[in-house]
Design a protein around this ligand. Structure first.
Ligand code: SF4
Length: 362
């Protein structure tokens, strides 16, 4: 059973077994360095790789590292970390349970470390809402909607589903994706929580290491979507000034150009977005953009962090979200993640004549 819990620590029974076996977390973090090391690695790998990394060979250490990882995530109080961590845990669980389900050998049941589809449906109380059909499954619309809410792609939108008597047909792969979402939501719920001082003090260095990774993280090229309405206030302001033909100091022009490049815009698209007034210097823009993108220089530059933006006076019109993020890219990523499909109106997919109007906010 411990192996099963170590592989799927989000299970209710795993939580109970930690509660009975693990005594109190303060003692674990103080006395069991291997657990803390694996917990820190769990979070850092989640940030860097999008999964939780190699499991510890000792199932007890692996299992206990999960609640300690949640403590570490809570200590940082960064929403982007909570999201990335929950996603990575859910992704790891998904890889494991899809492998378990594909595995038809006897070994699995002998070691009882695998999960069946019915186990997962029971875990999330979904048996009543999901029914098997000849071609897949049907799922009640009230259950489907919250599970599909954060999934990308038009195929998940209800209008594109043949809803029948309040039920949505899904194939096997889609059902497993929805279960991954159920896991992610459970992991994300309740994070971050208040960490007792006694535990936080012991884990300070580990939390600092994670903070460093988070700050250094190049969140570049993860988002390939250009929605000026969702830009951070600093970048909106810089873009606005460029489009009005105002002269920007080098650091400001660098910041906005590196930002646009990081969200996936090509040099041509950046030139196009800037080109709304007669004083536009296309040649200079091309030169600078190619340089920042690493096409005419040995380095591809990332946009500056909020701290650097502040020190140059480029951090303006801060809003609530700004208080919680360390980097303009994190701001944009979160806005994109939280936006409804209808809000994701990629500037590059707009008809030409409306581009400049939209981008200038007219
Ligand atoms: S806090 Fe960061 S994202 Fe927000 S306006 Fe300032 S620099 Fe931009």
């Amino acid at each position: 059973m411990q192996r099963l819990h170590a592989r799927y620590p989000f299970l209710e029974t795993a939580r109970e077994s930690v509660a009975t076996e693990a005594v109190d977390l303060a003692t674990v973090v103080e006395q069991d360095r291997a657990v803390v090391d694996r917990a820190r690695q769990r979070v850092i790998t989640a940030l860097e790789e999008g999964d939780t990394g190699e499991p510890h060979r000792d199932a007890r250490i692996e299992l206990l590292s999960y609640p300690v990882a949640r403590v570490l995530v809570s200590m940082l109080e960064e929403r982007v970390l909570v999201r990335k961590y929950a996603r990575a845990e859910a992704e790891t669980a998904y890889d494991r349970f899809t492998a378990d389900m594909a595995d038809t050998t006897e070994l699995k049941s002998v070691e009882s470390a695998g999960l069946e589809l019915s186990d997962l449906l029971a875990e999330f109380d979904l048996h009543g809402a999901v029914a098997e059909t000849a071609s897949g499954h049907r799922i009640g619309v009230g259950t489907y909607l919250p599970l599909a809410e954060d999934l990308w792609g038009d195929e998940w939108r209800l209008v594109n589903r043949s809803l029948n008597a309040g039920e949505v047909p899904v194939d096997e792969g889609e059902l497993l994706t929805l279960l991954r979402e159920a896991i992610r939501t459970r992991i994300e719920d309740g994070l971050p929580f208040e960490v007792p001082d006694a535990i936080a003090t012991v884990l300070e260095d580990d939390a600092a290491q994670i903070r460093e990774v988070l700050a250094d993280l190049e969140l570049t090229r993860e988002i390939d979507t250009v929605v000026p309405d969702l830009f951070p206030p600093c970048m909106k302001s810089l873009l606005d000034q460029i489009q009005k033909g105002e002269h920007l100091p080098h650091h400001s022009r660098f910041a906005i150009t590196a930002f646009l490049s990081s969200i996936g815009m090509t040099t041509d698209q950046i030139v196009e977005l800037y080109r709304v007034n007669s004083s536009f210097g296309e040649e200079m823009t091309r030169y600078q953009t190619d340089h920042i993108r690493g096409e005419t220089s040995p380095t591809e530059y990332s946009p500056p962090s909020c701290a650097t933006m502040q020190s140059y006076g480029d951090c303006v019109n801060k809003d609530d979200l700004c208080e919680r993020i360390p980097h303009p890219m994190a701001y944009y990523e979160e806005r994109i993640d939280d936006a409804d499909d209808e809000e994701i109106d990629d500037w590059r997919e707009q008809p030409d004549e409306s581009d400049n109007e939209r981008a200038s906010g007219d």
